[in-house]
Write a protein that binds this ligand. Structure first.
Ligand code: ZN
Length: 361
């Protein structure tokens, strides 16, 4: 019997990506699908808030209230182990804990009573350095609570809610859902329930609905009209990374060997023979210190990201995303002789096969 009193992840509202009018359906779908994914090979640095003054301040009728964002070691360990579990699937992303928030893409708080949530994929880059990109609103050490840590990290990797997959074909008893989530322990307003449950997502890949996904909420009986059997039985995902979750994340972020990247020479135009979603990676070893331009060419939407190798680790230097725009991705950066860089170009979609390329000069 599904747990009927479970507290659920509630994503913060984010403005939808503005896509120019008049794009082809293919181009639109690719932008929605890839738009918040990381380029593969990215190292995500995560940080746990640790300062006495790190917390939420609200002014109530009784005066100011302070809720700390700092979590105990056992809470942090649950998150560390969950990052390790995702990494253990053999993916091309890396996760490193850092102790300086300005170094971190992912900044994690444990404010009780403020829900559990994460921004999705590259959306975290738009969040201020003093702000959380992820919060855990309840104890992660109780039986079954590990699912929350795995789920929120799934969002940070760019995964959405599986029960909002349009291929699921779920027809909700909407008023029953609003009433359920409006009560304890979630106390969500209708907008939050709509955004996290009722609304169907666009740009979902694959045609399979995975009711065992870590990204799927549990639902008690009586909330689903169709498929009718789930209305009777409810849905009770096991709270682990499912085999389809693993396949999905490996498809987006396949394991990679950084030693394999070919070297890109200045003024050498490299054709990109990529299918939608695929990525090309090149090393850049400048022979002079000066301003350079790194650019993609051709009838394609790409995200192009440049990393610098620092102490054996690739650090983000610059990135551009030209999706949906009548231009190509272009980075203007000062590169230094004797240093090494890696440029990664991920293709959203192209509309004339094999006509796109990357070059630096
Ligand atoms: Zn969620």
């Amino acid at each position: 019997m599904p747990d009927t009193t479970v507290a659920l992840c509630g994503l913060p509202p984010t403005p939808a990506r503005v896509v120019p009018a008049g794009l082809s359906r293919n181009r639109m779908d690719a932008i929605i699908l890839l738009g918040n994914k990381w380029v593969n090979g990215t190292t995500l640095r995560y940080y746990f808030f640790d300062g006495e003054s790190d917390g939420s301040r609200t002014v109530t009728s009784d005066g100011a209230e302070f809720v700390t964002w700092v979590g105990g070691k056992e809470q942090q360990d649950a998150v560390r182990e969950s990052f390790a579990e995702w990494k253990g699937l053999g993916i091309g992303l890396d996760f490193i804990e850092v102790f300086d928030r300005s170094e971190a893409e992912v900044r994690i708080g444990f404010a009780r009573g403020e829900g559990s949530w994460s921004y999705v994929g590259r959306d975290v880059l738009g969040i201020g350095v003093g702000e959380r990109t992820m919060n855990f609103g309840w104890d992660l050490t109780t039986p079954g609570a590990r699912r929350t840590a795995l789920h929120e990290i799934g969002h940070t990797l760019g995964m959405m809610h599986e029960h909002q997959n349009p291929f699921a074909g779920i027809v909700w008893d909407e008023e029953a859902v609003y009433a359920e989530l409006g009560g304890p322990p979630n106390f969500w307003d209708r907008e939050k329930t709509f955004n996290n449950i009722i609304r169907k997502l666009e740009g979902v890949s694959g045609s399979t609905w995975d009711a065992t996904s870590i990204m799927h909420y549990p639902f008690r009986p009586g909330l689903i009209l169709t498929p009718a059997e789930f209305g009777v039985s409810g849905i009770s995902p096991p709270g682990t990374i499912s085999s389809l979750d693993a396949a999905y994340i490996r498809e987006w972020y396949p394991a990679m060997d950084s030693a394999d990247y070919p070297t890109l020479k200045p003024f050498e135009s490299r054709p990109l023979s990529l299918n939608a979603g695929q990525q090309a990676d090149y090393r850049i070893r400048p022979d002079a210190t000066r301003e350079y331009t790194v650019r993609s060419f051709g009838p394609a939407d790409t995200v192009t990201v440049l990393f610098e190798e620092v102490d054996g680790e690739l650090r983000y230097l610059a990135g551009d995303d030209d999706a949906g725009q009548p231009r190509n991705a272009e980075l203007k950066v000062r590169l230094f002789k004797g240093r090494e860089y890696v440029v990664r170009v991920r293709l959203y979609t192209s509309w004339e096969s094999n006509q796109s390329a990357v070059m630096y000069w």
